[in-house]
Design a protein around this ligand. Structure first.
Ligand code: FAD
Length: 484
């Protein structure tokens, strides 16, 4: 093997030049670099991105290409089966080494293992690294040798095991051979018929956008995070880092180091810093659950939920998806999702509870809809969080905990700013009725320009009826489980 033969850096869920261990190792190998992204919708078993994720990927890849360009190299775009594309590039360039950062969902892991075996069998060096997690799933084990199924003990141990290495700085110069590239424009990642992304404008996909968002968050909103993180009516009371983390434009170790530095310097209050890091911990925990339960997005983690008498109701599902349930807090959330590609965490819990409990529809319907519409749609976080809310997950909210969409609204959107923003047809309703418009008298509704059933829907299910139906369904599950 000659050090003058190129190495391929295969970018996947790590679209950054800063603290990218695979890139860092490839640069250290002193080989010319072929920087490659493969759009693989051809390999069986890989879950295609949803529409909103495709929108993000398009912008993120353009940003990465620009940064690589500024560093003096080029990002090569190819589409097709990953194994075939790598073969082509190896043939075209004579590359003798491949570097990548690891992935944790089963189809991707299996694919990477097959490719690695094949390439090493042909004398190509393959090296892989961790860029995505503070701790890889197998690194945090219980005393008995298994994985943690409860978050608190998991995090207690996991936070002691975080890699002590310094983060790697951004690579400012890169060089390698010119390789034929496809054009991103031909991949159709940006929606055209129709282009529904007009409301996505607040985002800045890419590494620079991620770093700027982290800096902005650590400069202010993080102090107060513990109290304010449940307030969807406040602009960015949370970090907004989820899509950046999803696409690996920033890594959790960069966040971990920056928050600790702030706490040590006294610019970040410890209670807020630690609480924020524990949410990053939930992301780690979710990745562990997915690693050990590859079907987490489709199968109940808690098997007894197979007895749950879920309903089928296309009209109710549609009303939920389009934000027309008649519950302002639910509708505002679903419309925020559709318009901006993101939804506040508190509201995600409210809408997920509403779907699985008030409507008694399977959580998989919600997981699928979120997968298509979230810019941060993540195989681990989405699946684990849906199962958490539905009650079927690990360390889950108990099924009998049914979120009340009215009191959740009055508590967490006290000013009504959130509902008024996403349900403007309700904006003139007094605060008192904003989260339960059907309780307003005819004169109040008239004055606010609202005709229930016409300008805004009547509730598609009565709160107490829906709640009781969910509790009865849960009793059926328990009876069947106990009898089994
Ligand atoms: P912050 O509060 O600033 O948190 C920082 C980071 O911690 C987030 O970016 C995220 O990476 C991680 N995080 C925070 N809360 C959670 C959580 N409960 N579980 C796992 N990781 C968490 N998050 C996704 O990233 N992708 C998803 O597809 C996703 N689907 C969800 C579905 C449902 C039904 C629910 C209830 C939650 C879901 N979440 C998902 C978790 C959470 O809602 C988002 O991570 C969070 O709202 C993102 O906003 P933020 O970056 O401002 O969060």
């Amino acid at each position: 093997m000659s050090k003058s033969a190129p190495a391929i850096v295969w970018f996947r869920e790590d679209l950054r030049l800063t603290d990218n261990p695979a890139l860092h190792a490839a640069v250290a190998s002193h080989r010319p670099l072929v920087l490659l992204f493969i759009h693989d919708e051809a390999t069986d078993g890989l879950r295609p991105h949803g529409g909103a994720s495709k929108w993000w990927l398009d912008k993120s890849l353009r940003a990465l290409a620009k940064t690589i360009d500024a560093a003096g190299a080029r990002l090569t775009f190819r589409s097709g089966k990953s194994a075939d594309v790598l073969d082509d590039i190896i043939r075209e360039t004579g590359a003798e080494a491949v570097f990548w950062n690891r992935r944790y969902d089963k189809p991707e892991r299996d694919l990477d293992a097959r490719i690695k075996e094949d390439l090493t069998g042909r004398g190509i060096d393959v090296s892989s690294y961790n860029a995505r997690l503070l701790n890889e799933p197998w690194a945090v084990e219980t005393n008995a040798g298994g994985y943690y199924k409860v978050f608190t003990p998991y995090w207690k141990q996991a936070r002691q095991c975080v890699d002590a290495r310094d983060t790697y700085g951004r690579h400012k110069t890169l060089s390698g051979p010119k390789v034929d590239s496809e054009s991103l424009d031909d991949w159709g990642l940006h929606p055209t018929r129709p282009d529904w992304s007009a409301g996505f404008g607040d985002w800045t996909p890419g590494e620079d956008g991620a770093l700027a968002r982290l800096e902005e968050f650590l400069d202010g909103p993080i102090n107060g995070y513990k109290d304010n993180r449940n307030r969807p009516d406040m602009d960015w009371s949370t970090s907004g880092l989820s899509p950046h983390l999803r696409f690996g434009e920033i890594g959790p170790l960069q966040i971990w180091r920056a928050v600790h530095a702030g706490m040590e310097a006294g610019s970040i209050h410890e209670k807020d810093g630690l609480h924020f890091l524990s949410e990053i911990g939930w992301r780690e925990f979710s990745h562990t659950l997915l690693f050990y339960n590859p079907d987490l997005a489709t199968e109940n983690y808690n098997d007894s939920f197979r007895h749950m008498p879920w309903r089928t109701d296309k009209a109710a599902l549609k009303a939920w998806q389009t934000g027309q349930t008649g519950y302002p807090m639910v509708d505002a959330g679903m419309r925020q999702l559709w318009q901006t590609g993101w939804m506040h965490n508190r509201v995600r819990m409210i809408v997920a509870s509403f779907l699985t409990k008030h409507l008694l529809l399977p959580w998989q319907e919600g997981e699928t809809w979120f997968w298509d519409t979230l810019v941060d749609a993540d195989p681990a976080n989405n699946a684990a969080s849906w199962q958490w809310t539905a009650g079927s997950g690990a360390d889950a909210a108990p099924y009998f905990r049914v979120f009340n969409p009215i009191s959740q609204g009055t508590k967490f959107d006290e000013t009504g700013d959130y509902v008024r923003r996403f349900c403007p047809e309700l904006k003139d309703l007094p605060d008192k009725y904003l989260h339960a418009p059907w309780e307003a008298d005819a004169a109040t509704l008239k004055k606010a320009g609202i005709t229930l059933g016409k300008t805004y829907p009547n509730p598609i299910v009565d709160h107490s009826v829906g709640r009781q139906r969910a509790l009865d369904a849960y009793d059926t599950l328990k009876e069947k489980r106990d009898a089994a």
